[in-house]
Design a protein around this ligand. Structure first.
Ligand code: KOT
Length: 801
């Protein structure tokens, strides 16, 4: 079907006509997309079946990655690339006058995630399959992914996202494998043969129907599975308003909660979590019991990973299955459970820590609550034996305390591995946030620095740079990304520098065209493209970037001798709909853009662009075109960051604080090849502990700061006098919790250094190439190898021929 372009064309045209009953000339882009998608699915079906068959037949250990989010983006282009058939399709389409890129771009993003956590899960799936590892994703098939963002008058407006509007060619519904999940009701117990038996009665059940999506490895025959659960009414609805029951049931997989690093605490969210967990565990156990008689050795053949605490009910759910359905003793069930489960922590922000009030938890999940209660009692007893009389410690470590279930405590106690996502983050977990747990379980704690799949973020997003690397060092790096380091020998080669500059220029032109099309603003293609794209959050400090731009504006207006190297400041960010401050910052960026871009003099030297609806597919155009990557979070707050790695891999230089994985980027490239500034993590944490920071001092003593802070409310932004008062208040009256003013001067200095460095283009190109050379370490292939060896103990499956 895809072995040469003529064969491809024939079969494409036949299929198109057969499916749509029309001639090619009458077909729409959607018909063409759909036809190609179906052909690809058919093409991989035998490998998908054989991967499943192998997994069923062999005794190989399997890993299941449970995540409330999978931020996949578009799939057609990546699938064609991984299958090695993109060229054939491109050529065949060219003959037919079809632009493949246009067809690819007609696909909706699968945006089932908020940001870093969900995108990490997607990168991990790609690495698992590409490394032939038996690893599968389990998530929720949200009808609406993360909202679409529109900017109206500078404000964010949220619209429901509709990725399933035209169907989803990649999914296969499996109604025969549906699973029933009980909520509410009560637990009855009886004694059978001297053993306690529990029965969940009067429950309201929800059906979880699986939709399987193939996860296609890069140039391998492995096709793993991402199973997304859809919530539907159960065959025997409860005796009440049937329509209301149907509505409430379907609501469970209707929307993704739009909160990044924030816990919403709503009952529907807890329903989603148990829905995902129970469906997944029941289905894993069911398939395990098809080839094994008992679950006594379950943990030797199955690893279950929970992506943050959202799926942590996997612990009591597995206990429930082992106790109530398999009739195991507590001790054995517990041994199997914590040896099966491993947990990743993604943040230390207190507002993200999940705590479920008992008045919500207990009635919704009565049996699960009983198990958590028992777990808590046993754990507290253990603590009591080890630290007799230390009430304070027990209170601080308990799973249930002060009327809430602490999900992170449940996760640590019930798993054999707890990992952070960058060295500094794992250290903060061990030495500060989870210190008490580290004391009793030192062997559980470990670090797995995040990574990104170079197949999407380099091969797919930046084919021009991919070709250049291959021309320089051959092709081995593609399957062994750590070999990108071989590029280091060539960074002084003038020809390579020139060619890299040409690639960057081309990608900047492409982005400039997109910007012009979307915003009507024409940007200088020769300016520095300075980019901050990520969720809007106070700790990520988009505000620091804004204040620096305002400062440059002021200098340009006030001092005719002051000049800057032309720069285009690009922002992209979604704010959680209920996050008042974050939405104000979006308005502020847009007001600043209006002010700067409409100034005849200043706009010759700089532009400010806010790109609407930042998402995976837009990111693929942004990373390759960037010169400067803004990673300016308050030190200690960004657990890792992964955008920093995507920029680096595409030859941008980082402007960053010593936070998250920025520190490891610095360790890789050396301090000449990155720009760092600001407080260090321990300085920030000491301020939090001991006080001593007064933002007003910085406001009063630094005229540059006073001017920009005053401009937030003094009419500098026309017609917005009251608009930004809350931002000013956060800086002055709330004592600037994220140290924006404290780091301002240091940021301005670092930006001056950066500008100086950019002016020396020749050196800059060397630095950019060196960053690329060192980015292989940040491939998620390295990360997944570390998980496979250090946590899951899984082996690659043989490649099927
Ligand atoms: C927390 C609660 C709800 C939704 C998302 C989160 C979340 C997201 N917690 N951490 N993250 C980010 O995870 C990324 C992947 O590990 C990190 O790179 C990033 O620093 C975290 O903020």
């Amino acid at each position: 079907m895809f072995s040469n372009k003529n064969e491809f064309k024939d079969s494409f045209l036949k299929r198109l006509e057969m499916s749509y009953g029309k001639k090619f000339a009458e077909s729409t882009k959607r018909d063409q997309y759909q036809t190609l998608g179906n052909m690809v699915r058919e093409h991989i079906s035998s490998n998908w079946i054989s991967t499943n068959e192998w997994n069923r037949a062999s005794n190989n250990k399997q890993v299941y990655y449970l995540s409330i989010e999978f931020l996949l983006g578009r799939l057609l282009g990546q699938n064609l690339l991984n299958l090695g058939i993109r060229e054939v399709v491109l050529e065949g389409f060219a003959d037919l006058g079809i632009d493949l890129e246009e067809i690819e771009e007609s696909e909706a993003d699968a945006g089932l995630g908020n940001g870093g956590l969900g995108r990490l899960a997607a990168c991990f799936l790609d690495s698992l399959a590409s490394l032939n590892l038996p690893g599968h994703g389990l998530g929720i098939r949200y009808k609406h992914g993360l909202f679409d963002q529109k900017i109206v008058d500078g404000y964010q407006v949220e619209l429901p996202e509709q990725w399933l509007r035209h169907g989803n060619v990649w999914e296969v519904r499996k109604p025969d494998q549906a699973i029933e999940i009980p909520f509410w009701g009560k637990i009855e117990h009886s004694h059978e043969d001297g053993k306690l038996e529990f029965r969940h009665v009067q429950s309201e059940n929800i059906m979880a129907v699986p939709y399987d999506m193939p996860v296609i490895g890069y140039e391998t025959s492995t096709v793993n599975t991402l199973r997304l659960w859809n919530a539907e009414p159960a065959p025997h609805p409860p005796h009440r308003d049937v329509l209301a029951y149907k509505r409430e049931t379907e609501a469970v997989s209707e929307f993704l909660y739009p909160d990044d690093t924030h816990d919403e605490g709503k009952i529907l969210r807890l329903k989603q979590q148990y829905f995902l967990v129970s469906a997944s565990l029941q289905s894993i156990v069911r398939s395990y019991l098809k080839k094994n008689d008992t679950l006594h050795e379950f943990h030797k053949h199955v690893a279950i990973h929970v992506n943050d605490t959202h799926p942590v009910l996997a612990i009591p759910e597995l206990m429930r299955i082992l106790l109530d359905e398999e009739h195991m003793e507590w001790e054995e069930a517990w041994n199997i459970t914590f040896n099966t489960i491993s947990y990743t922590n993604h943040t230390t922000l207190s507002e993200a820590l999940e705590k479920w009030p008992l008045h919500i938890f207990k009635p919704l999940l009565p049996r699960i609550y009983m198990i958590v209660e028992e777990l808590n009692e046993r754990f507290c007893k253990e603590l009591w034996n080890r630290f007799p009389g230390d009430w304070n410690r027990i209170e601080n470590m308990a799973i249930i305390a002060h009327g809430v279930v602490k999900m992170a405590h449940l996760a640590i106690v019930g798993s054999h591995s707890v990992n952070g996502v960058a060295k500094i983050h794992s250290d903060i977990l061990k030495n500060r946030e989870m210190k008490l747990f580290h004391q009793i379980y030192p062997q559980k704690f470990n670090n797995k620095t995040n990574g990104i799949t170079h197949r999407r973020w380099l091969l797919k997003a930046n084919p021009e740079l991919t070709n250049l690397i291959t021309e320089t060092i051959g092709t081995d790096w593609i399957t062994n990304p750590h070999l990108m380091i071989e590029l280091k020998r060539h960074i002084y080669n003038p020809l390579l520098k020139e060619e890299f500059a040409a690639v960057k220029r081309k990608r900047k032109e492409i982005l400039a065209d997109i910007i012009e099309k979307k915003t009507g603003i024409s940007v200088d293609k020769h300016s520095i493209f300075d980019v901050q794209v990520k969720r809007l959050h106070a700790y990520k400090r988009q505000l620091l970037n804004v204040l620096h731009i305002m400062y440059l504006y002021n200098r340009l207006k006030e001092d005719s001798n002051f000049t800057i190297y032309p720069r285009t400041f690009i922002f992209g960010a979604k704010a959680s709909p209920g996050y008042y401050y974050a939405k104000k910052i979006i308005k502020l960026i847009n007001s600043l853009a209006d002010k700067v871009n409409s100034d005849p003099k200043v706009s010759k030297m700089m532009k400010v662009i806010f790109m609407e609806n930042y998402r995976v597919s837009l990111a693929e155009h942004i990373f390759p075109a960037t010169d400067v990557s803004e990673q300016i979070s308050t030190a200690s707050k960004e657990a890792s960051g992964t955008g920093n790695m995507k920029f680096m891999m595409n030859g941008a230089l980082t402007m960053g604080t010593l936070d998250g994985a920025n520190i490891e980027i610095l360790e890789e490239v050396g301090k000449e090849n990155i720009f760092t500034f600001g407080l260090k993590a321990d300085e920030v944490l000491n301020y939090y502990e001991n006080g001593g920071y007064r933002s007003s001092e910085y406001y009063h003593h630094d005229l540059r700061i006073r001017q920009v802070v005053d401009q937030l409310t003094n009419g500098f932004f026309p017609d917005t006098e009251d608009e930004f008062e809350a931002i000013k208040d956060s800086l002055l009256y709330e004592n600037d919790q994220y140290f924006v003013l404290r780091d301002f001067a240091s940021y301005v200095d670092a930006q001056e250094q950066l500008e100086k460095a950019y002016k020396n283009q020749d050196k800059w190109l060397e630095k950019a190439l060196l960053n690329i050379a060192h980015s292989g370490y940040f491939s998620s292939d390295r990360t997944i190898h570390e998980y496979a060896d250090g946590i899951w103990d899984i082996q690659p499956i043989p490649v099927i021929h």
